[in-house]
Design a protein around this ligand. Structure first.
Ligand SMILES: Cc1cc2nc3c(=O)[nH]c(=O)nc-3n(C[C@H](O)[C@H](O)[C@H](O)COP(=O)(O)OP(=O)(O)OC[C@H]3O[C@@H](n4cnc5c(N)ncnc54)[C@H](O)[C@@H]3O)c2cc1C
Length: 417
């Protein structure tokens, strides 16, 4: 049987490899890190998953599709595995809170808000509906099943379990150096990062999901991704809510506190935060600024970067302001910076991710090389849908659903010619 190789074992590579293994294909997943994933876009235990958008919104569709595919994964694992699996291992349902400047009222009016959303467009409504106070803001809250946060670490673990149960193979500590494509097939040169042993592996088709290194990995085939993918560095900060403060809250106040995360504030930085996990009995809050990102040339050593104090201070002040607005006025010393890191991801010019056959400098589509890239800071919520679309290209499947076709078209790579 022809072998399909998936390069990169983050969320996207695992999701694509799972779909292929489940379809009965002989799959090999190559990942440069050890079984424990600790350096990449998919690192961590929480990502916001949400679905507020305009009519036929691509990202809402991908999120909803991803939830359905996750349910299927859990169902199948429960049929095959001794371990019990539940969707709640991956998804923590919680209302998602959105803040918009009043100046964006006309944009807000375009958003589809069915029964799953509540909106307060002025202070009075904010108090009545939610008991919050954000002058100059519009507050929307999303109450959808499987909106809230998802846990990438657990999703990756379950996907790998599924791949192996279907007979797929995963090689960790395997760094792909180069890929060559000829009439005989595709040859991948890689080496074991622990032993330095080099190896050449052949495949009939490949899916490249190497995150920020996708363009580099593809150089032996095409250089077009150098221009299509923009590499950005961003920071993440983690703050521990003081244990004594948390213990002093009543159970209902603790529930209320939790229910106001995750949050996305569409100010100029696009502040977002979520509860990463309960740590030492109190919330560990993750904070970032979606637009506080900078273009960089090389992302290899970014994880060792020092986080500037300005970033740590900004993230903390924004969080204190938010907590104050939802009615938890705490002192600065009750929210303590624990750690943070710089990370890297790629995005496309249009900010729509790429899922589709690679393309050469001459505009030739390569149907045996499928790429998933440019997921920016928004990919996790659609993980299983991106994996499904990538696998469908390899399997030659198509789905005659208008939204599927819309997504396929929007995510396809367009010819440079
Ligand atoms: C800070 C941050 C916050 C985010 N917040 C959210 C959020 O709240 N909601 C949301 O929906 N999305 C969010 N995202 C986006 C989401 O996490 C990413 O879109 C997703 O993790 C991308 O997964 P990936 O598999 O494409 O990339 P990665 O996770 O980077 O995976 C690529 C993999 O390829 C491997 N690799 C690279 N080069 C090679 C090679 N040469 N050989 C072998 N292996 C290789 C890497 O080790 C890595 O495991 C966030 C991202 C970041 C960085």
């Amino acid at each position: 049987m022809d072998r399909i190789i998936v390069i990169g074992g983050g969320l996207m590579g695992c999701a694509a490899a799972w779909q292929l293994a489940r379809a009965g294909k002989k799959v090999l997943l190559l990942e440069k890190q050890d079984e424990a994933y600790n350096q990449g876009s998919s690192y961590g235990e929480a990502r916001v998953t949400r679905s507020l958008g305009v009519e036929n919104d691509l990202f809402t569709y991908l999120k909803e599709c991803s939830v359905l595919e996750t349910k299927t994964l859990v169902e199948l694992l429960n049929q095959w595995d001794d371990e019990k699996h539940a969707i709640s291992d991956i998804h923590t349902d919680s209302p998602v809170t959105y803040l918009y400047d009043q100046s964006l009222l006309s944009d807000v009016d375009q958003l589809i808000r069915d029964d799953s959303y509540q909106t307060a467009i002025n202070s009075e409504q904010q108090q009545d509906l939610f008991g919050v106070n954000f002058p100059e803001k519009i507050v929307i809250r999303e109450f959808k099943t499987h909106s809230g946060t998802l846990n990438p670490k657990e999703l990756i673990r379950k996907l790998k379990r599924g791949i192996r149960l279907c007979g797929g193979e995963i090689k960790h500590n395997t760094l792909v150096d180069s890929i060559l494509r000829s009439n005989e097939g595709i040859t991948i040169d890689c080496k074991n990062v622990k032993t330095s042993l080099a190896e050449s592996i052949t495949a009939s088709q490949i899916v490249v999901c190497a995150g920020p290194y996708t363009a580099d990995v593809l150089h032996g085939i095409t250089s077009i991704f150098d221009n299509l993918l923009i590499r950005k560095r961003l920071y993440l900060c983690f703050y521990q809510l003081e244990k004594e403060y948390w213990a002093s809250l009543s159970a209902s106040d603790q529930d209320r506190f939790k229910s106001f995360f995750p949050i996305a504030n569409f100010n100029e930085d696009v502040y977002y935060s979520m509860i990463e996990k309960m740590n030492h009995g109190a919330p560990l809050i993750k904070v970032g600024g979606h637009m506080r990102r900078f273009e960089i040339n090389d992302g290899q050593d970014i994880w060792k970067d020092h986080i500037p104090d300005t970033e740590v201070d900004w993230a903390k002040q924004e969080t204190l302001n938010y907590l104050d607005g939802i009615g938890f006025s705490i002192n600065a010393d009750q929210l303590n910076y624990v750690n943070g890191y710089a990370c890297v991801y790629t995005l496309t010019q249009s900010e729509v991710p790429i899922v589709g056959p690679a393309i050469t400098e001459n505009g030739e589509f390569l149907n045996d090389v499928v790429v998933v890239a440019g997921l920016s800071g928004i990919g996790a919520k659609g993980t299983m849908a991106y994996g499904r679309h990538a696998a469908d290209y390899i399997l030659g499947n198509d789905v005659h659903d208008p939204m599927y076709q819309m997504a396929k078209k929007q995510m396809a790579i367009s010819s440079p010619a």
